[in-house]
Design a protein around this ligand. Structure first.
Ligand code: SF4
Length: 498
C-alpha cells in the first residue's frame, strides 16, 4: 500500500452506483425519456437564471473565486497538518474523532455508534459522502433505519430511487409523481393529497416532525470543518438540518477529509461563493455550526468520522487533485449541455454532471469508470461557473489520457482507434497524401446532396453517423479557394493603364 502525506492510500471508493450501465448506454436510454428532459430543462434554466442574477450583483466575484481556489489549494497542500489540527480541536471541545480508510470502515464505525445508543432509528441531513459510502444500505443491513429529512432526499428515499442532482436530488420527478410516491409510501398521509407544492410540503412536514421528535441519533455530513477551532458547518435551506444537529442526544458527522479549512477567514469566502452558486441566494437560509459539545445544550455526544475512501489517491495526482476542491454547489451541472439532456442517473455515479465525470473515476480508479471522462462536449461552461475555478475540461482530458495509457498497457496489439489515428497522422503528414485524401472525400458529395448531410455511413464507420451529423464535403477545398483567391491575374485579366 502506497502512502501520501503520511496517510495510507485507501482502496477504491464505492461512489459508483451498483448495477449501473456504462454512460453511453445509459445516456441513450435517458435521451428517450421526454418527461425527464422537460423536467431537467425547466429546473436547470430556473436555477441558472437565479445564479446569474445574484452573481452579477458582486463586483468582486472573480476575486472571490480566486480566493476560494487559493484557500482550497492551500488546504490540500497541507492536508495532513490541518486534519491533525482538526482532530485535536474537536477533541478539546468534547467531541470524538474516528478515521475511516474506506466505505466499509466508515459504515462500521457509524453502525457501531448507533447500536451503542440502543436506538434502531436515526434522522439524517442530506449528505453526499454518506451516499458515496452507501451508509443507508449498511445501516439497514445492521437493522437500523436512517430517515432522510431533506425534502428532495425524502422523495428519493420513499421512491426507492437514486438522487440525480447534487442539490436537487429529485430533479427528475414532477409534482404528480411526488404525490403518487407520498400516497403510496408515507404512513398516515391524507388520501386526498393534492399535487400543489404547499400541500406536498405540509405532508412531508407532518411526517418528518414525528421522526425529529422521537430520534435519539442524528447523522449529518459537513460542508466545511475549521481546523483552528474544531467547528463543523452545515448549510441547508429547509431547517431540517438544524433539527438533526440540535435535537438528538447523539450527533454523528461523516465528512470527507477534503472538507477541512484552515481558518474562519477561509470560511468567510465560501459563505459568499456557495449560496450564490448553488441556490442563487445571497446567503443560506440555515447555516448551522457547532464546536464539540455543550453541557445541557444540544447533542451530548458528538462523533466526527473522517473518511478517505480514495481521496488520498486523488491527492497524489497533481492535475486531478483539484477535483477535491469542489464545494458541491452544483453550478456546473446546471450549465452542462450533457447533464441537461441525460440527467444524473446516466452517470451511474453518486456525483453526477461535470464534477462527477472528473471525481468519480478518480475515487473508483479510471479503469472502473472509463466512460465518464468522455461524458462531456468540453465546451468549458463548467469552468466558467465553478466558484473555486476547478478546470474541469483540463481534468477530463487528463483522465482520458490516463484511460488511453492504461488501455494501451493492457493490450499489446493496437486497437481500431489507434490504427485509424496512425493512418490519419500518416495522411496528414504529407501534402500530396492529404490532397489525395481530400479529393477522395469529395467523392462522397452525392450521398448527401438532398439533405445537406450524409445520414448513414457503411460499417464500421456507421457508429460515427449514428450519433453525429456528417456535413456534405464542400465543392471546393480550402486550398483550392486559397489558390483561386491569391493567384496572379492572367495577362488578359490585367487592366490596361488608362
Ligand atoms: S465542480 Fe465547481 S461548479 Fe461543480 S459542484 Fe463543484 S464547486 Fe460547484
Amino acid at each position: 500500500m502506497t502512502t501520501y502525506l503520511g496517510l495510507p492510500t485507501a482502496p477504491a471508493g464505492t461512489g459508483h452506483l451498483r448495477g449501473s450501465e456504462p454512460f453511453p448506454a445509459a445516456a441513450r436510454r435517458a435521451l428517450a425519456n421526454t418527461q425527464l428532459r422537460a423536467n431537467l430543462a425547466m429546473a436547470t434554466a430556473t436555477i441558472r437564471a437565479k445564479r446569474a442574477e445574484v452573481v452579477a450583483e458582486l463586483g468582486d466575484w472573480e476575486q472571490l473565486r480566486a480566493a476560494g481556489q487559493a484557500a482550497k489549494a492551500g488546504a490540500m497542500r497541507h492536508l495532513d497538518r490541518y486534519l491533525e489540527q482538526l482532530e485535536a480541536t474537536v477533541q478539546a471541545g468534547g467531541g470524538t474523532v474516528h478515521w475511516a480508510r474506506d466505505a466499509a470502515e466508515a459504515n462500521q464505525v457509524v453502525a457501531g455508534l448507533v447500536e451503542a445508543t440502543g436506538s434502531r432509528d436515526a434522522v439524517k441531513v442530506k449528505s453526499m459522502v454518506t451516499d458515496e459510502i452507501g451508509l443507508n444500505e449498511a445501516l439497514a443491513a445492521a437493522g437500523i433505519r436512517a430517515h432522510e429529512t431533506d425534502l428532495a432526499e425524502l422523495i428519493v428515499q420513499l421512491g426507492h430511487d437514486h438522487p440525480s442532482h447534487i442539490l436537487v436530488p429529485a430533479i427528475h420527478r414532477n409534482r404528480a409523481e411526488i404525490r403518487e410516491i407520498f400516497l403510496r409510501e408515507m404512513a398516515g398521509v391524507d388520501p386526498g393529497l393534492s399535487d400543489q407544492p404547499a400541500a406536498l410540503a405540509e405532508a412531508a412536514r407532518l411526517y418528518l416532525r414525528r421522526k425529529f421528535l422521537s430520534a435519539r441519533v442524528g447523522i449529518s455530513g459537513a460542508n466545511f470543518a475549521i481546523a483552528e477551532t474544531g467547528t463543523v458547518c452545515v448549510v441547508e435551506s429547509e431547517g431540517n438540518g438544524r433539527m438533526c444537529v440540535t435535537l438528538p442526544e447523539v450527533l454523528i458527522t461523516v465528512m470527507g477529509i477534503e472538507k477541512v479549512l484552515p481558518s474562519w477567514a477561509d470560511l468567510a469566502v465560501f459563505m459568499q461563493l456557495l449560496p450564490r452558486s448553488s441556490t442563487g441566494e445571497r446567503m443560506n437560509p440555515y447555516t448551522s455550526m457547532w464546536t464539540g459539545v455543550t453541557p445541557g445544550d444540544g447533542p451530548q455526544q458528538f462523533h466526527l468520522v473522517l473518511v478517505d475512501n480514495g481521496r488520498t489517491a486523488v491527492l497524489a495526482d497533481e492535475t486531478g487533485r483539484q477535483a477535491l476542491h469542489c464545494i458541491r454547489c452544483s453550478a456546473c451541472l446546471n450549465v452542462c449541455p450533457v447533464y441537461e439532456r441525460v440527467g444524473g442517473h446516466a452517470y451511474g455515479s453518486v456525483y453526477p454532471g461535470p464534477i462527477g465525470a472528473v471525481l468519480s473515476p478518480q475515487l473508483t480508479g479510471v479503469e472502473e469508470n472509463p466512460t465518464l471522462p468522455y461524458a462531456s462536449s468540453l465546451c468549458g461552461a463548467c469552468y466558467d461557473v465553478c466558484p473555486v475555478k476547478i478546470d474541469i475540461p483540463s481534468v477530463l482530458i487528463h483522465l482520458r489520457a490516463r484511460h488511453v495509457e492504461e488501455a494501451r498497457s493492457h493490450h499489446r496489439l493496437p486497437g481500431p482507434e489507434a490504427i485509424v489515428m496512425a493512418a490519419a497522422s500518416w495522411v496528414m503528414a504529407g501534402p500530396s497524401r492529404f490532397a489525395a485524401a481530400q479529393r477522395a472525400v469529395r467523392l462522397g458529395r452525392p450521398l448527401g446532396r438532398r439533405r445537406g448531410r450524409i445520414g448513414q455511413l457503411p460499417p464500421p464507420l456507421a457508429r460515427w453517423t449514428q450519433a453525429r451529423d456528417l456535413p456534405v464535403p464542400p465543392a471546393q477545398t480550402f486550398r483550392q479557394w486559397w489558390r483561386d483567391e491569391h493567384r496572379e491575374p492572367s495577362r488578359g485579366e490585367q487592366r490596361r493603364p488608362s
